[in-house]
Design a protein around this ligand. Sequence first.
Ligand SMILES: [Ca+2]
Ligand SMILES: [Ca+2]
Ligand SMILES: [Ca+2]
Length: 287
Amino acid sequence: MALLLWNGGENGRVFRGGSWVVSKNFVGQGEAAGRAGGDPAGRNDEIGFRCCRTLDADADTDHDFDADATDCAPADATVHHGATETCNGNDDDCNGTADEGGDALCLPGEACQGAAGCVAVGPTCPSGTEMVDNGDGTVTDPATCFVWQKTPPEDRAYSDAVAYCQNNPDGLPGAGWHLPNISELRSLIRGCPATATGGICGVVDICPNCGVSSPCLSPSCSSTSCTGCPTGYYIDGHLDCNYSDWFWSSSPMGGSAYYSWIIRFDNGGLSYGGLIGGGIRCLRSGP
Ligand SMILES: [Ca+2]
Ligand SMILES: [Ca+2]
Ligand SMILES: [Ca+2]
């Protein structure tokens, strides 16, 4: 609390503490008192004055009732002991920690991100190496952040497979469902290095006629590396995986209007075909 401390009008005294300033003139003090040195003519030729300084007994510069000696921000009245901690990157309550409480300082669906404040956040891609079952009919692959349909529907012809994924008749959550291209479908392969993503097999969505031979068509996989699937299935077991079937991709083989690339997950191999009925596993980008 700031108060003004006045001197007693004794001009010339030295006052200690704080910054004394001339604050108030008053005229003719010496004249009125008839003191020695007064002008016999009675003219008001002496000007008296008083000095004052700020009296701040608790040295509280920002007047937030937290003395400068303990206030962690002596010049910021919003920061003091007992203040409400908010998400702003500052230690508002002077307890030595900024933004303690973290995301709880924000609304649901927001994260506390320091000086940036509360920021709306959405789902994030999982970490780790195994896929994550989202419990809603979908599985997310941490390697790609693709969200896959967990359980394939019944087999369909190619054009029906494309429409099935786009129309999402089973109500899978999220938008952008589609039939995978061959690169997306290859990203599902586990334990078959030749045809898994990055393998020597050259067939990818931007080059669907690359490597139309071994090792794409005749991978020598040893059926021991998949996670959670029965031996002999080259796909993560968080997906319903034991299907002995060809699965559609949307990538035409060599630009053909009649053949699309397909994959079997029970041998890890690629082929191409114009099947009447093929397996379907839709995906979308996630999360
Ligand atoms: Ca303060
Ligand atoms: Ca704090
Ligand atoms: Ca804070």
